[in-house]
Design a protein around this ligand. Structure first.
Ligand code: PXL
Length: 270
C-alpha cells in the first residue's frame, strides 16, 4: 500500500517496545501513516516495570521537532510523555512555529507499574498552557481526575470532567474508562456540540502495556488521513481492542498488545 499521511510523534522511548515511541511508530505504520519522531526521554524498562528514565534536553527536543518538520510537513502531531515544565515550554514554542492544528495530547503521567513519568509542576503547566493548544486530549481516569480536579467514580463524573477539560481549552476530549469499576469499558468522547459514549466488553488480561500510547497514535493516524475526530476515536478504540484481543503474551509482567492486527503481509513477503 501507499503511505496515506505523515505524522510527527513527540514522546518517550520504551526499550521494551510495547509503549512510548515504539508503540507509536508501530501503530502509525500499521495504519498506513509515515511516522516521524522527537524523542523526549529514554526509559529502560521491560514488562515488569521501569528501571530508569533519562530525559533528553529540552533544546534537543525542540530541534528534533523544528528540523524534521521544516523538511517534511506532518498532517498531525501526537504528543506523549513530557516530563518537565521546561520541555512543555519548548514543545509549545515549536508548535507555535510549525502551525499544525491537529494536535493530539496523551497526558502521560504514570507507567503501568506505577513509575511517575512527569513531575507535579509540569502537570500544572500542561493544564494551564498545553490543553488550550490541543485538538484532542485522551486522559485515562486518574489523569482526568488530576487535570479536571474532580473525583471520578461513575459515568456522570466522567462527563463532568470531560466538560471541565473543554472549559480549560481542549477542543475535543476522550476520557478512557478502563480504570472504572464497570462490566463494560466506557469511554466518553465530548466537545462543545457533541457527545458520544463508547461501550466495549471488558477484556480480562494483564497484557495491556502501551494501550494509551497505541490509542492516541491510532486516533492521530486516522485524523491525519482526513477522518472526523469522532470517527477517528471510534476506529482508534476498535484498533486497540483488536490489539488487546490478539496480544502475543510476551514477557513475565504486563506484556504488549498486537500492533500488527490491522495488516496482512503481501504475498511476495510471506
Ligand atoms: O503508557 C505510558 C508510557 C508513555 N511513554 C513511555 C512509557 C509509558 C509506559 O510505560 O514508557 C515512554
Amino acid at each position: 500500500m501507499k503511505i496515506k499521511s505523515k505524522i510527527l510523534i513527540i514522546a518517550g522511548s520504551d526499550s521494551s517496545g510495547g509503549a512510548g515511541i515504539q508503540a507509536d511508530i508501530k501503530t502509525a505504520t500499521c495504519l498506513g501513516s509515515y511516522a516521524m519522531t522527537a524523542i523526549t526521554a529514554v526509559t529502560v524498562q521491560n514488562t515488569n516495570g521501569v528501571k530508569s528514565v533519562v530525559p533528553i534536553p529540552a533544546n534537543e527536543i525542540y530541534n528534533q521537532i523544528i528540523y524534521t518538520t521544516k523538511d517534511i510537513k506532518p498532517d498531525a502531531i501526537k504528543i506523549g510523555m513530557l516530563h518537565s515544565t521546561q520541555v512543555i515550554k519548548k514543545v509549545l514554542n515549536s508548535l507555535d512555529t510549525i502551525k499544525i492544528k491537529k494536535i493530539i495530547l496523551d497526558p502521560v503521567m504514570v507507567a503501568k507499574g506505577g513509575s511517575k513519568l512527569i513531575n507535579d509542576q509540569a502537570i500544572q503547566y500542561m493544564k494551564k498552557k498545553l490543553l488550550k493548544k490541543t485538538f484532542l486530549v485522551t486522559p485515562n481516569l486518574p489523569e482526568a481526575e488530576i487535570l479536571a480536579g474532580v473525583k471520578i467514580s461513575k459515568i456522570d463524573d466522567m462527563i463532568f470532567a470531560a466538560n471541565k477539560l473543554v472549559q480549560l481549552g481542549a477542543k475535543n476530549v476522550l476520557i478512557k474508562g478502563g480504570h472504572l469499576r464497570s462490566k463494560n469499558v466506557v469511554d466518553i468522547f465530548l466537545n462543545k456540540n457533541e457527545k458520544k459514549i463508547f461501550y466495549n466488553k471488558r477484556l480480562y488480561t494483564k497484557n495491556t502495556h502501551g494501550t494509551g500510547c497505541t490509542l492516541s497514535t491510532a486516533i492521530t493516524s486516522f485524523l491525519s488521513c482526513g477522518k472526523t475526530i469522532k470517527k477517528s476515536c471510534e476506529l482508534g478504540i476498535k484498533y486497540v481492542n483488536s490489539a488487546i484481543i490478539t496480544n502475543p503474551n510476551l514477557g513475565k509482567g504486563h506484556g504488549p498488545v498486537n500492533h500488527l492486527n490491522s495488516i496482512q503481509l503481501n504475498k511476495n513477503f510471506r
